[in-house]
Design a binder for this molecule. Structure first.
Ligand SMILES: Cc1cc2nc3c(=O)[nH]c(=O)nc-3n(C[C@H](O)[C@H](O)[C@H](O)COP(=O)(O)O)c2cc1C
Length: 194
């Protein structure tokens, strides 16, 4: 069974991207995968600082997240758009999780959470473009780390109106595209896993 790690690049309690990520996780489960939703707010990590890393190594919460990444085959990421790019939270998380554990020995272990994984990208924004301008940046960063990012992606505009009180996507067309992306990730992850 393919194992998919699902998360959003927002810590906000009422995050639209967390709602989107939770829906994608539901669709991935319905497609037969084991999907784990992880809330980055549960894993606060300091801003990356080379001196901090040199003195203390990787923070405990980054190590916990790293272990979660290692235990999954694929990623579904819902990325808010900040000034046409990814959030500082998401980039900081990626940066810490791309660091070698070899304490300067350059053992390439920073690639381990990423290399060989497949990812599906999503964005949700109250704006008219749905956060689509940030996704090429995320695509580039993940590809550099060895992630195979699916060509299909989903951006949800006017996302503050997109979810019902139960947290489910209200618009059937949007739900269909998120479901299709989740299914594509599950299928690709299954093939990689095999
Ligand atoms: C610093 C900052 C920059 C933002 N820039 C953009 C932007 O470029 N495009 C956009 O669609 N929304 C932008 N927004 C609005 C966010 O997309 C919106 O707050 C969104 O709901 C945040 O995601 P979340 O609901 O998952 O927390 C920005 C918000 C902040 C705080």
């Amino acid at each position: 069974m393919a194992r998919i790690l699902v998360f959003a690049g927002s810590a906000r309690r009422d995050s639209l991207n967390k709602k989107l990520a939770r829906e994608a996780a539901r669709f991935a489960r319905e497609a037969g995968a084991e999907a784990t939703f992880v809330d980055l707010d549960d894993y606060p990590i300091p801003l990356y600082h080379g001196d901090l890393e040199a003195a203390e190594g990787m923070p405990e919460n980054a190590r916990k997240l790293r272990a979660l990444f290692l235990a999954h085959d694929a990623l579904l990421v819902a990325s808010p758009e900040n000034n046409s790019s990814v959030t500082a939270l998401l980039k900081n998380t990626i940066d810490w999780l791309s660091r070698d554990l070899g304490e300067g020995r350059g053992d390439d272990s920073g690639l381990a959470p990423w290399r060989g994984k497949v990812a599906g990208l999503m964005a949700a924004s109250p704006g008219a473009f749905g956060g689509v301008r940030g996704l090429p940046h995320l695509r580039q960063v993940l590809a550099t780390l060895g992630v195979t990012v699916l060509g299909t992606q989903v951006a949800v505009p006017r996302a503050h109106e997109a979810f019902g009180p139960d947290g489910r996507i209200a618009d059937e067309r949007v739900a269909k595209s998120v479901r299709a992306l989740a299914e594509a990730v599950v299928q690709a992850a299954g093939k990689l896993h095999a």
